[in-house]
Design a protein around this ligand. Structure first.
Ligand code: F6R
Length: 616
């Protein structure tokens, strides 16, 4: 979603800000803008702020900047906007300003009471030039400005409801940058007489790895000599400078054509990292440092609610199956967006697990708070270290799969499934599972990375199969049991980057309606690895074939028989069923990738999508 970069220091800000915006491009956006304070004073000319905005890519903004000869100055703000209030046009792009006070602002989030504030400001004579809630905030700060930018920002934030991460400058204070957050992430990178503020660490690490991650209601006044953190009532707040754990190489594309392809191929390594130090073969147990304090609660848990959105929800659904199957605790996976609004019943012994790559998804956060406020113990299964979910849960387990830049989630999915599998085994071993039984599964779990390597070697086969069906506009993805969520994930991957309509469902559900869709040559992808329901899946395959559908099966290596029942087969190594989704999803990720490339789409910047959905 929207991205913020701001700079105050001794260097020229423009290139640094534009580079920062490029690092945030993966989050998804539709327009970009920049404002830089030119402090040069000559004749009647006093410090002033120049602004440039453009619809489309950051490269369009760069072209604009080149046309006007660039913006000079060492204090500035930049933004990539993902439209919420008002269409995609230059007038709605950030920064927004209040001409009277000379205040410029960039904003991530949504100001919920903007309509009432707008009426108030219009009565005060403010003229609006955009349809955005952000312009309302810039004018409100301007209205309250009496020569102290920090105080004006604090005053305005006391009046607003909603979520925000903001960065603000004022032409009357050429040595001041004020930033603040509530509900939307913001990090202050601390350098030597320079500070880089961004909504995402990836825009900071090229400059400094020392940083302060802001908490809700923090307001930070930054000058070139230092900074002060307060709350919206101006009470000083202590802050902690920590090391950003983000390796610059990890966010570079390297030799790959797309981040998505890089991340698909990284999965053997990312899962080795995820498992490192957590699989204790000798003792036949899982070691999860983040959960030991709550081991007793996990053993006694009466119900586990797993929640998330999109791909994270699909991983949560696999978590639901595996926790019930191995740990024998009732579990349910639910869309965070639905959970939070349905007045959920939280009984004693309920644990809520928030599953999220970014740790910032607004719906997942809201569901987490709802469950926590009703007395549930809260756990996070999160990738981004220091993210809001990781900080606002009682305990948790990091994925440790490294930064995921591709908008379509791949390595985070397998990381989420791996962590949920480990949580299930952590609980199971403390409840009913014997050390031997657990050790048997751990032995296989440890080999998942090398098995994924074997699947990745068949990329060429997957590409050729995809080529056969890439022109088809409707696909089905079908699976049962553990691989029903994998089918959902395969369909989601295909639709979000190749814009092909795809539906995932339990294979048995097909007969209850969707079978009407099947026509001659329609691709139906079946997850048909060997398992408890193999024979039933074979019957479903026959039903599709009987109606002219073309079946692509993801099957177990050595299953030669299946070739007689479908048009194409993609093989994965044999593992116990409960561990199979980490393997069966790999050909589906590759298929979606190839389909998108063949259709000429920008795989890493799919239309309308944002990497991190920080609004409800
Ligand atoms: C799909 C995808 C999304 C996310 C969802 C939740 O490829 O990436 O469906 O999984 O928006 O995001 P996180 O995991 O950051 O909470």
């Amino acid at each position: 979603m929207c991205g913020i970069v701001a700079y105050i220091g001794t260097k020229q800000a423009q290139n640094l800000l534009v580079e920062g915006l490029k690092r945030l491009e993966y989050r998804g956006y539709d327009s970009a803008g920049i404002a830089i304070l030119d402090a040069s004073v000559s004749g009647s000319r006093s410090p002033h702020i120049n602004i440039t905005r453009a619809v489309g890519r950051v490269s369009a903004l760069e072209d604009r900047l080149e046309q006007i000869g660039g913006l000079r100055g060492t204090l500035g703000l930049a933004h990539t906007r993902w439209a919420t209030h008002g269409g995609v046009c230059e007038a709605n792009a950030h920064p927004h300003k209040d001409d009277k006070s000379g205040i410029y602002l960039v904003h991530n989030g949504i100001i919920e009471n903007y309509s009432a504030l707008k009426i108030y400001l219009e009565e005060k004579g403010h003229k609006f030039t955009s349809e955005t809630d952000t312009e309302v905030l810039s004018m409100l700060i301007g209205e309250l400005y009496e020569g102290d930018l920090e105080a004006a920002v604090q005053g305005a934030l006391r009046e607003v409801t909603g979520a925000y991460a903001i960065a603000v400058i004022c032409d009357k204070e050429p040595d001041t940058l004020v930033v603040a957050r509530k509900g939307s992430p913001l990090i202050v990178g601390v350098g030597d007489k320079e500070f880089v503020v961004a909504s995402d660490a990836s825009a900071i690490v090229a400059h400094t790895t020392q940083a302060v991650t802001l908490d809700d209601y923090n307001v930070v006044k930054i000058t070139r000599d230092g900074f002060r953190t307060s709350d919206i009532h101006n009470a000083t707040v202590s802050h902690k400078v920590t090391q950003l754990e983000l390796d610059l190489d990890a966010i570079e594309l390297g030799d790959y054509s797309h981040y998505m392809l890089k991340e698909i191929n990284e999965q053997p390594r990312s899962l080795r990292n995820c498992f490192r130090g957590r699989i204790d073969q000798r003792e036949g147990k899982i070691v999860l440092g983040g959960l030991t304090t709550y081991a007793k609660e996990l053993v006694k848990a009466r119900r586990i609610i797993l929640t998330g959105q999109g791909t994270a929800l699909h991983a949560a659904m696999i978590g639901e199956y595996i926790i019930e199957d191995l740990a024998k605790v009732p579990a349910v996976a639910e869309y965070a967006s639905e959970f939070r609004y349905r007045n959920p019943i939280i009984e004693d012994g309920t644990i809520v697990v928030a599953v999220s790559q970014s740790g910032e998804t607004a719906d997942t956060l809201a569901a987490l708070y709802e469950a926590r406020d009703r007395g549930a113990l809260s756990l996070g299964v999160v990738n981004v270290v220091g993210s809001t979910i990781s900080r606002d849960t009682d305990a948790g387990v990091y994925l440790r799969v490294g930064p995921e830049i591709g908008v379509a989630s791949t390595k985070a999915f397998t990381g989420q499934v791996a962590v949920l599998t480990m949580i299930a085994l952590f609980m199971a071993r403390r409840r009913f599972m014997s050390a031997d039984q657990c050790a048997d599964l751990l032995k296989v779990l440890d080999t998942i990375p090398e098995k994924i390597e074997r699947i990745l070697e068949q990329d060429d086969v997957v590409r050729k199969v995809t080529q056969k069906y890439v022109e088809r506009d409707n696909w089905l993805f079908l699976g049962r049991g553990y691989n029903y969520p994998t089918a959902l994930e395969g369909a989601l991957k295909l639709k979000e980057i190749s814009y092909i309509h795809a539906e995932g469902m339990p294979a048995a559900e097909m007969k209850h309606g969707p079978i009407a869709l099947i026509n001659e040559g329609m691709p139906a992808v079946f997850i048909a690895n060997r398992g408890r329901q193999y024979d039933k899946v074979m019957s479903n395959i026959a039903e599709v074939r009987a109606r002219g559908g073309h079946v692509i099966a993801v099957a177990t290596e050595g299953d030669e028989q299946i070739k007689n029942h479908c048009q194409d087969v993609l093989y994965v190594p044999e593992v116990p069923e409960c561990l199979s989704p980490m393997l069966t999803v790999i050909p589906l990720q590759l298929m979606a990738y190839h389909a998108a490339v063949m259709r000429g789409h920008d795989v890493d910047k799919p239309r309308n999508l944002a990497k991190s959905v920080t609004v409800e």
